[in-house]
Every structure is written in C-alpha cells, then in structure tokens.
Design a protein around this ligand. Sequence first.
Ligand SMILES: [Zn+2]
Length: 237
Amino acid sequence: MVMLRELYELQQLDLIRAEKQKTLDAVRAELADESDLRQARVRVANVQVQYTSQNALRRDAQLAVEQIEAREEVVQNRLYGGAVTNPRELEAFQEEQAMLSRQKSEAEDLLLERMVATEELQEVLTSSQETLAALEERRSQRVPDLRRQGRALSDELQELNRRRDEILPQFPSQILSTYETLLASRDGRAVSRVEASRGMDVCEACRVALPRSDTQRLRTGESLVQCNNCRRILYME
Ligand SMILES: [Zn+2]
C-alpha cells in the first residue's frame, strides 16, 4: 500500500507552502529594501552642499559690489564736495571713479551669474526634497501593510508546517525520501497526476504519454510508479 492519495494531498499542501513562502520572502525583501529612500537622501544632502557653497559665492559677489559702491560714494564726495580743489588730486579721483565704474560693472555681472546659479540650485534642492518627502510618505504607508502581510503569512506557514508534521509519520520512510528528493529537484512538484489526453494516459507535469504497463501497475496500487520521462511519482485519481 503506497498511500498515493495521501501523498498527492501532501504535494498539494507543499505547493501552497511554497507559494506562501515565496510571497513571504518577497514581503521581507521589500521591507528590507530602503534603497530608493537612501538614494533620495543622498541626493538631497549633495544638492544641499552645492547650494550652500554656491550661496556663499553669491554673498561674496554681493559684498564685492557693496564695497565698490562704498568707495564710489567716498570718491564722489571728494570730487563734488568742494573740499578738494587741487586739480591733480581731482584728476586722480576722476580716474579712480572711472576705474570703480568698470570694476562695479564686472562685479555686478558676476553677482548676476551667481544669483542665477543659486536660484537654479534652490529649485533643484526644493524638488529633491519634495521627492524625498513623497517617498517617505509612501514608505510610511506601505510598511504597516507589509508587516501585517508578513505576520499573516508567517502564521499561515506555521499552521501548514504543523499539519505537514502531523501527516508525515504515516508515510513509509522510503516513499518519503523519494518524495523529498523529487520535491527538491523537480521545482517543488514531486507527484504528477495521470491525465487522459487523446485516448492516451499522459503525465500531467511533463505531458509525456505513459506506457500501458505503467498505468496497469499504477492501478494495482502496490508500488510506486514514476514517470519514465520526468521521474515524478504518478498518481491516478
Ligand atoms: Zn512526467
């Protein structure tokens, strides 16, 4: 007596177990995977550094313009305040005024350039912060769901394992060892049903037709019959 029906039931249970385990593995992998968040955080930090240094350059340029303007005011007071009357001194101040005017124009160009660059980085910073916030929000909603799913799957698996342990002792150890070996080497499917197809009996798993002698042996139910092609244990309903 080889208990084929019970073995087939064990196979069904093992298929469900494997499916649940696969889902649980995927849930755990998703829980552990924070690479999106990590990348977004690194991006925000990098842009923040760039923004800070660009903003410092902008402040330097602003300061340079202000210094030139302060000196211009002094020179203008000298030129037009009436305190200086010496023509050579006046000429020197006029030359300085012209030079300051050129310097101011250059300094203002630089300031404008740096203001634009700072503004652009500010926009990049804002958008990367928004991306990070959206990812964090999504993650904070997803994690409780995943934890719930993981707990439910663990419970179901525990129950399936308990049932498996309960039914295993009824099988002769020889059959069980054949079954376990095939389960591991045949993609989790050790038992295959015999199916009628175009007047022939075929192995459901590999679709190869079975010799009549095999199906006859199977009908007597006295020994284990394995598919000639895929070696799976055959079961006839
Ligand atoms: Zn087969």
